[in-house]
Design a protein around this ligand. Structure first.
Ligand SMILES: [Mn+2]
Length: 383
């Protein structure tokens, strides 16, 4: 398997097409070019991709794609030896699909409308769980034997391939309630049976927090007591804004952090960044503390140096523009990450409520957050 992309892949006999669109990245193996000269055989062995395991993330709109792109690039920078997969929803634009395919090995659209009847049923009974059910689609990636899921608002600081030594269901404690795990980073084993059971659980019991974390915690309810090996160390899911309630621990262990999770309503792409100083601008509430600021700066550094150039090359391909437009491209895209920021458009809800909606993925695709607005911006730019 693995060479015949598209919807006809074996879905173990389930009717309906779970994964209608799959862009395979023809350039995926190019990262092996990163290997240093000399010792070719040895190095290529040790960095060869384990093709039946994958890092997986999810982007439900073009804004979260920016996070997914930085996450994917951070995995590449740390020489991840597993495939990189991003699940997207139909709202994600064609432009972002192309850009994503430059970083990820697989870009897979999950379209709940087209999927099996029992998902429809779950939706009808629990319409509030839409985004939750989308995340559960990672269990349908049965062409992989084991996966590590990472939220699009995480950033990988060093190689985390060792997570594949863990088994389902492994996750790190949630800083807000450590008897629960945080569902931003977890090890899982794709299985249509588990997927079906999760959907059944969602239909029958809902989610105690209205999102995937509540659902997954009640489904994998023995996590807190059964097997300590399934407790990932906190360094694999360090929440950027809560670690500092125990600052001596951060002083002691902070340098070994491997994955930062930008938990909470304000995401890296909500900040403004000054490329000259290499630092985010702290305005208004001054939420960020010193450590958080350094993580934010790291996110933006990757965005600036590795993600923005992808848009430039796209533009070159599209309209054969000559190079030299770097200077005006970047501001447009930087602005793009703010143009749909709910802070800017909130006629009725408070900014906090708007941000919470946004964070939870409850986005007004048809109205103020419609992609048409972003498209408008892009069209103006691409003219
Ligand atoms: Mn998250």
């Amino acid at each position: 398997d693995g060479s015949s992309g598209g919807p006809a892949r074996n879905r173990n006999g389930l009717k309906g097409t779970f994964l209608p669109g799959s862009i395979r990245n023809p350039q995926a193996p190019s990262r092996h070019l990163l290997k240093p000269p000399g010792a070719v055989t040895l190095v290529s062995l040790s960095t060869s991709t384990v093709s039946d395991q994958a890092f997986v993330t999810l982007a439900t709109n073009d804004i979260y794609c920016q996070g997914a792109l930085v996450l994917g690039q951070s995995l590449r920078n740390q020489r991840a030896t597993r495939r990189l997969v991003v699940l997207i929803t139909p709202q994600v634009s064609n432009l972002l699909r192309v850009i994503l395919s430059k970083v990820f090995d697989e870009v897979i659209e999950v379209n709940l409308i087209d999927s099996a009847d029992y998902i429809h049923l779950a939706f009808l009974k629990r319409p509030e769980l839409g985004v939750t059910l989308t995340k559960l689609h990672c269990w349908t990636l049965t062409h992989y034997s084991k996966c590590v899921f990472l939220d699009a608002d995480t950033l990988v600081l060093s190689n985390i391939d060792e997570l594949f030594d863990r088994t389902e269901f492994s996750a790190a404690p949630d800083p807000g309630w450590p008897d629960c795990f945080n569902s931003g980073v977890f090890v899982f084993q794709p299985s249509l049976e588990t997927h079906g059971l999760l959907l059944q659980h969602a239909t029958d019991h809902g989610s105690f927090d209205g999102a995937d974390q509540g659902l997954l915690n009640s489904f994998f309810s023995s996590w807190s007591t059964a097997d300590i090996h399934k407790h990932l160390p906190f360094i694999y899911n360090l929440s950027s804004n809560t670690a500092y309630t125990y600052s001596p621990a951060f002083k002691r262990f902070g340098s070994s952090v491997k994955v930062v999770h930008f938990l909470g309503p304000t995401k890296p792409w909500n900040y403004k960044y000054n490329p000259q100083t290499g630092s985010v601008l702290e305005e208004g509430s001054g939420l960020a503390n010193q450590h958080q600021t350094s993580f934010l700066n790291l996110w933006w550094k990757i965005y600036q140096h590795s993600i923005l150039p992808l848009y430039e090359s796209f533009q070159d391909e599209e309209d054969h523009a000559s190079p030299g437009h770097t200077d005006h491209l970047s501001p447009v895209l930087l602005e793009l990450t703010f143009v749909s920021c709910p802070m800017a458009t909130s006629p009725t809800l408070s900014p906090e409520e708007e941000r919470r909606k946004w964070e939870e993925g409850r986005i007004d695709y048809m109205g103020k957050d419609a992609f048409a607005r972003i498209q408008e911006k892009l069209d103006r730019f691409l003219q």
